[in-house]
Write a protein that binds this ligand. Structure first.
Ligand SMILES: Cc1cc2nc3c(=O)[nH]c(=O)nc-3n(C[C@H](O)[C@H](O)[C@H](O)COP(=O)(O)OP(=O)(O)OC[C@H]3O[C@@H](n4cnc5c(N)ncnc54)[C@H](O)[C@@H]3O)c2cc1C
Length: 351
C-alpha cells in the first residue's frame, strides 16, 4: 500500500511530490497531457501586481519559500531552473511615474520597487516615460522542471502516464483503490482538469486561458523582461515570449488567431524593430473566483485532498501551498484560512 496517489504533474503535482519526499512518504503519480499551463508558463516570479502597484497575496512569504525550493530542485537534478531576470515596468505617462513613486515609498513595497526612474537606452523599444525596476524577480524554467521531474519519476517507477478515470476510483475509510493501485490517500492536482472531477467540482474553479507568441527579433538585444500592457520576456538566442492574454470563455488549449493579432498589436505599440512570429502557445490557468488557492481535505471523503487554484502565480504559490497541505495531513497543522477549501463548505452542502 502506497502512502499517496497523486493526480497531475504540473507545478502543483511536482511540489507535492517534493514535500512528500521530505516526509519519506511513498507515492505514485498519474498524469496525462490534457492541461498545459505549467509547461507553457512564462515562469516569472514577481511579488508585485504591476497593474496596480500593490503586493500580490502573501507574496513576500511565498517568495522566501520559493528561492530555497527551486534551488534544492536545481541541486537534486543538476539543472538550471532559476534565471535571474530584471522586470522593468514601462510607464505610459507621468501619472504612472508618480503612482510608482508613491508605491515605492510604502513600507511593504519599498523592498521590491526601486524608487529610481530608469531611462530607456534600447533604440528598438519605445519608452519615452522610462521604466521602474521591480526587485527580487526572476524566471523559473517550468517546462524544464516538469520534463526533468517526469524523467525522475519514470526512473523510480512512480509515474503512470494516462488519463485518470474518476469512475474507477473507490474511496474507503482508510484507503483509496484505483485499478491495481492502493494508497492511503489521494491528492488531486489536476489544474483546470479539476472541472471534470466529481469529488471537487463543487469548488468555484474557473478557467483563464493564456496565450504567448514566441518571436525572433535579432535586432532587439534586450536582456530584461519588459512589462507594458503585455510582457516581453527574453528567452535567449534572440527569442522572446510575448504575452500573455487573459480569456475567460475559451477552455481549449489550442492557440487562436484572435490572440495572435491582439498580442502583435500590443507588442507593436512599443517594439520598433522587425520580428518574426515562430510559435504560439496556449494553456488554461486554474483560477478561483476569490483569487485564492484551493487547498485541503474533501468534506466527506477524509482521504481525498485537493491542491489547485494557483491562477497566474503558480511559481510562487506552489511551494507554499503544497507545504501547507502536507503539513496539515502529516502534522495536523492548520491550512491558511484564505486557502483552505473549508471556506466553500456551503457550496458542497448545496451541491
Ligand atoms: C500563458 C500562461 C502564462 C503563465 N505565466 C506564468 C508566470 O509567468 N508565472 C507564474 O507563476 N505562473 C504563470 N502561469 C500560471 C501557472 O502556469 C499556473 O498557475 C500553474 O501552471 C498551475 O499548475 P497546476 O499544476 O495546478 O496545473 P497544470 O499545470 O494544468 O497541471 C495539471 C496536470 O494534471 C494533468 N491532469 C489533469 N486532469 C487529469 C486526469 N484526469 N488524469 C491525469 N492527469 C490529469 C494535466 O494534464 C497536467 O499535467 C501562466 C499560465 C499560462 C497559461
Amino acid at each position: 500500500m502506497l502512502d499517496y496517489l497523486i493526480i497531475g504533474l504540473g507545478l502543483a503535482g511536482v511540489s507535492i511530490c517534493e514535500q512528500l519526499d521530505k516526509k519519506v512518504a511513498t507515492y505514485k503519480v498519474i498524469n496525462d497531457t490534457s492541461q498545459t499551463s505549467s509547461i507553457v508558463a512564462g515562469g516569472l516570479y514577481n511579488p508585485v501586481i504591476l497593474k496596480r502597484f500593490t503586493m500580490a497575496w502573501n507574496s513576500k512569504s511565498q517568495l522566501e519559500m520559493a528561492g530555497p525550493f527551486y534551488a534544492s530542485l536545481e541541486k537534486k537534478f543538476n539543472v538550471t531552473l532559476d534565471h535571474n531576470l530584471s522586470v522593468m515596468r514601462r510607464f505610459a505617462s507621468v501619472e504612472e511615474q508618480n503612482m510608482w513613486f508613491e508605491a515605492s515609498d510604502k513600507k511593504e513595497l519599498s523592498e521590491f520597487l526601486s524608487p529610481k526612474i530608469i531611462n530607456n537606452d534600447n533604440p528598438n523599444i519605445d519608452a519615452p516615460f522610462g521604466y521602474g525596476e521591480v526587485l527580487n524577480t526572476g524566471r523559473i524554467d517550468t517546462a524544464l522542471l516538469i520534463s526533468t521531474y517526469k524523467e525522475f519519476l519514470i526512473e523510480k517507477d512512480r509515474l503512470v502516464q494516462e488519463t485518470f478515470s474518476h469512475d474507477d476510483l473507490r474511496l474507503e475509510d482508510d484507503s483509496v483503490h484505483y485499478k491495481s493501485i492502493r494508497a492511503k490517500r489521494i491528492i488531486f492536482a489536476e489544474g483546470f482538469g479539476l472541472s471534470k472531477n466529481p469529488y471537487f467540482n463543487y469548488l468555484p474553479l474557473t478557467s483563464t486561458k493564456g496565450e504567448y507568441l514566441v518571436i525572433k527579433a535579432p535586432k532587439l538585444q534586450e536582456t530584461r523582461a519588459i512589462k507594458s500592457s503585455i510582457f516581453l520576456i527574453p528567452w535567449g538566442n534572440d527569442i522572446y515570449r510575448v504575452g500573455a492574454t487573459y480569456k475567460w470563455k475559451d477552455t481549449l488549449n489550442a492557440p487562436t488567431e484572435t490572440s495572435k493579432i491582439e498580442l502583435m498589436m500590443k507588442l507593436e505599440k512599443f517594439l520598433k524593430c522587425d520580428y518574426e512570429v515562430i510559435d504560439q502557445l496556449a494553456g488554461i490557468r486554474p483560477t478561483v473566483t476569490d483569487r485564492r488557492p484551493l487547498v485541503g481535505q474533501h468534506p466527506k471523503y477524509k482521504n481525498a485532498f485537493v491542491l489547485n487554484g494557483f491562477g497566474s502565480r503558480g511559481v510562487l504559490i506552489a511551494p507554499f501551498a503544497s507545504k501547507q497541505l502536507v503539513q496539515s495531513i502529516e502534522e495536523n497543522k492548520p491550512i491558511h484560512p484564505e486557502m483552505d477549501i473549508v471556506r466553500f463548505i456551503e457550496k458542497f452542502v448545496a451541491n
